[in-house]
Design a protein around this ligand. Structure first.
Ligand SMILES: NC(=O)c1ccc[n+]([C@@H]2O[C@H](COP(=O)([O-])OP(=O)(O)OC[C@H]3O[C@@H](n4cnc5c(N)ncnc54)[C@H](OP(=O)(O)O)[C@@H]3O)[C@@H](O)[C@H]2O)c1
Length: 302
């Protein structure tokens, strides 16, 4: 039996690398990102360099490959930068998705779009898929617009709303957990907010959830995150505990102390019932994710 073909956009990024790893033994995986192929990409995996905001480039890649499934992990992810770089943010997060839809119309792949808790304003918390959205800021609005493109399309889709991704990636920017680890391992102090709450998500758990949804043909909108909700300050303290660093180096602050340009949802905790019911699998808690991250970092850095 021939394997189904998947294009993973953003395969050089933090989540994209994990998705490629999870899918490559069961599917024919093709990586695609803006820069040259990351060296983590296995030798036997095809790769295309592409600027997804360019309609012609998207047309020629999708017409040539005609994948069965597209997983879009590419995005403009600098939440504060987006306020000064609105056009690039919008082109990357919205125009690129329009380009996928326009280019894939004739062969209709299943499209997986990775979205965010930032579609909520964070005033209520405990969000279900059916709760009303209220995105604040350019990044949040662009991710919402991308969701709307899919929900109003004729494609079968999975929208995977996730949050606070952490894990190891080759040559990717620091995520919250790797930032905390890098500072505390050098005995440097950090200031961490105690008034933002959410469910940190280990990247491999998100990849596993998406894999299961695809395998079981469970399409639609899903909240996918780690199973445990806590504040960023508590998360940093858990990291210190698992990695055996000095937790006294973590100073508690409030969001207003950071003077961030873009607004942040204060409580974006997710209810995961829909995901758990549909795939019969529960993403790990914080200690499980951190233990797996510790093993990975030991493999790479000893
Ligand atoms: N990180 C989080 O905490 C978080 C939370 C909620 C939701 N999300 C969502 O999760 C997804 C994955 O996030 P991530 O943290 O893994 O992102 P990331 O590490 O920043 O990776 C983004 C990828 O997008 C690619 N890309 C950007 N512009 C492109 C373009 N014009 N054409 C082709 N590729 C382009 C980049 O390619 P190059 O590396 O080749 O430049 C990069 O590999 C995103 O949709 C994000 O919005 C993330």
């Amino acid at each position: 039996m021939t394997m189904k073909k998947i294009i993973v956009f953003g395969s050089n990024g933090l989540l994209g690398q994990s998705i490629v790893d999870r899918f490559c033994s069961d599917f024919e995986v093709i990586g695609a990102s803006r820069n040259a192929a990351n060296k983590s990409l296995a030798k036997n995996i095809q790769y295309h360099q592409i600027d997804m905001t360019n309609r012609q480039e998207m047309d020629s890649l999708l017409q040539a490959e005609k994948p069965d499934i597209i997983i879009n992990c590419a995005a403009y992810t600098d939440v504060d930068g987006a306020e000064n770089d609105r056009e690039l943010c919008w082109n990357t997060n919205v125009r690129a998705v329009e380009n996928i839809i326009d280019a894939a119309g004739l062969f209709k792949p299943v499209i997986v779009q990775v979205s965010t808790d930032y579609v909520f304003d964070g005033e209520a918390g405990d969000y279900r898929e059916s709760d009303p959205v209220n995105p604040k800021g350019t990044y949040a609005r662009s991710k919402m617009a991308a969701e709307n493109i899919l929900t109003s399309s004729q494609f079968e889709y999975i929208i995977a709303r996730t949050q606070v991704l952490y894990g190891y990636g080759n040559k990717v920017k620091l995520n919250f957990a790797t930032w905390v680890i890098s500072r505390l391992s050098q005995n440097k102090s950090i200031r961490v907010v105690s008034d933002q709450k959410g469910n940190p998500t280990y990247i491999d758990d998100l990849s596993e959830s998406i894999f299961q949804l695809i395998e079981k043909h469970e399409f639609g909108l899903y909240h996918i995150s780690g199973s445990e909700a806590l504040t960023r300050f508590e998360f940093a303290r858990r990291i210190a505990r698992v990695f055996e660093f000095n937790s006294e180096l973590i100073e508690k602050i409030h969001t207003e102390d950071l003077k961030q340009v873009a607004p942040r949802p204060m409580d974006s905790t997710f209810i995961l019932d829909k995901l758990i019911n549909h795939i019969n699998w529960i993403p790990g808690d914080i200690d499980s994710g951190l233990q797996r991250l510790k093993i990975k970092l030991n493999e790479y850095y000893g």
